[in-house]
Design a protein around this ligand. Structure first.
Ligand code: SAH
Length: 215
């Protein structure tokens, strides 16, 4: 899976994508990540410099990301086959979830992620590119960079070989949000906190039942 990220802040991704499972997936070539900065697509002849953003039509505070630098950045992406999808992050878009992540991992070889900033992106970009408006939740962030990282993380872990055997997909096995490790009895401020007995029983049928919600 190749992720193509359109962002004016590519450095924001550095440490997250370098570490742990995602870092390993990039090293092992299970996924690739490329950046395209709209600022690099601004023609800046003398005295005619245009920023990536401009004032909103209709008035109001905040700036809007201009369409042209983003469209040029998208045009510059080299995608070999047609199994690609263009996503624009927006708090009012379709809600992203595990089903969307799973389907995307199966269907596409290339995903273009357009991260907005300020008041958002000129709406004509979505119309021209027939892009999917996607929201990661009902709250407003300052930009689309965190949403892009969330999407990459959740799609990457659906790709075969990305998770190691110790981390294998919890959707495919009986897992629990309540997990424990050593010590068996945790002493904290004069109190003892024990691991649920069933987990120490060695009875896997009972353990699975407990993990399914029998607790
Ligand atoms: N004025 C816009 C919000 C802009 S927030 C509105 O009311 O819709 C700035 C950018 O952050 C957006 O363009 C989007 O790319 C990103 N963003 C903010 N919250 C988001 C969310 N919940 N899901 C996905 N992207 C989000």
């Amino acid at each position: 899976m190749n992720f193509h990220i359109i962002t004016i802040f590519p450095e924001m991704f550095d440490s997250y994508l370098k570490e742990s499972i995602i870092g390993r997936a990039i090293k092992n070539k299970k996924i690739s990540i490329k950046f395209y900065n709209p600022r690099d697509f601004i023609k800046a002849p003398k005295n005619n410099y245009k920023p990536v953003d401009d004032k909103p039509y209709g008035g109001g505070p905040g700036m809007v990301m201009r369409a042209e630098p983003i469209l040029k950045a998208v045009e510059s992406i080299k995608i070999k086959n047609k199994k690609s999808k263009i996503i624009i992050f927006s708090p009012s878009g379709k809600k992203f979830d595990t089903v969307y992540a799973k389907n995307s991992a199966k269907k596409y070889t290339d995903i273009v992620l357009i991260s907005g900033r300020y008041e958002g992106i000129d709406a004509r970009v979505q119309k021209i590119l027939k892009a999917q408006d996607l929201s990661i939740g009902d709250y407003v962030l300052t930009g689309g960079e965190l949403p892009a990282m969330i999407l990459i993380d959740s799609i990457a872990r659906q790709i075969p070989g990305v998770l190691g055997k110790y981390e294998s997909l919890e959707e495919e096995r009986v897992s629990s949000s309540e997990v424990y490790t050593r010590p068996e009895v945790l002493k904290y401020k004069g109190k003892n906190y024990k691991v649920p007995k069933v987990l120490l029983s060695g009875n896997h049928k009972k353990i699975d039942e407990w993990r399914k919600g029998g607790k």
